[in-house]
Design a protein around this ligand. Sequence first.
Ligand code: CP
Length: 306
Amino acid sequence: MRSIINILDLSVEEIDELLDVADDIIANPAKYAEAAKHKQLATLFFEPSTRTRLSFESAMLALGGNVLGFSDAKSTSASKGESVADTVSVVSGYVDIIAMRHPKEGAPYVASKHSLVPIINAGDGGHYHPTQTLTDLLTIRHEKGRINNLTIGLCGDLKFGRTVHSLIEAMSRYSGIKFVLISPDELKLPSFVKDEFIKAKGIEYKQSKTLDDVIGELDILYMTRVQQERFFNEEDYLRLRDTYILDEQKMKLAKDDMIVMHPLPRVNEISTAVDNDKRACYFRQAHFGRYVRMALILKLLGIKVD
Ligand code: CP
């Protein structure tokens, strides 16, 4: 029984296989329509979500399985003080696999120690979001045709941005990667990611406080939202939230084949006028999430489709 808490729980070869299965699902959806028949997925979401929860649920239904769960911890016994460990000890007796999102870093790891079935981390606080990274890698492979030899700019909240942390860890294992870290001082990449996955591996990187100065160098621009829910101080949030706004003027400075990614939700950081630019692929990116989550569910349930 295997859980996925961090993207590094999967080898590069396993990720490549998952992306291949996701592509096969896209090409031959009917082949997979009953692959997880009679299996049940629980989505335990202690924190809000649109894409991750619904794409997990859509993924399981598209595999012929069933779904149960909650999207608001207030409606569960967590509101009476039940621990994550106790909740999972119980729920894992009802289902075959669990996707869990929690505002506390490490909660899905704790859950995995008490679960009878695989746990998938669907985002834990400002820590990790491995299935977003699988989504991102499938998007990059489709849009750029490769996951190596790329300069990727990560812009916005690099401190609390769990999608950024997981993506850097994953891409640090591919060759020819260069990172451009674009953030204000207050939202810089934390050392647990920068030291271990960029500096220690000798990966080329640069830091910038402005987007205009570096956008022309990028193959991929990965925008992120400044996350109000991670700030202790409203004043700081208000001061930092509009630091970067990608608009049509800035897009003129970018390469013709640069792609713009964003895990979403977006607030102000990408002007809606950019949505019509063919380089904007964030909605296509969100759609890829369903297929790669189907592939991951199959892998963790030990189901092979020939
Ligand atoms: N990308 C992402 O995690 O979106 P949701 O918060 O809507 O799930």
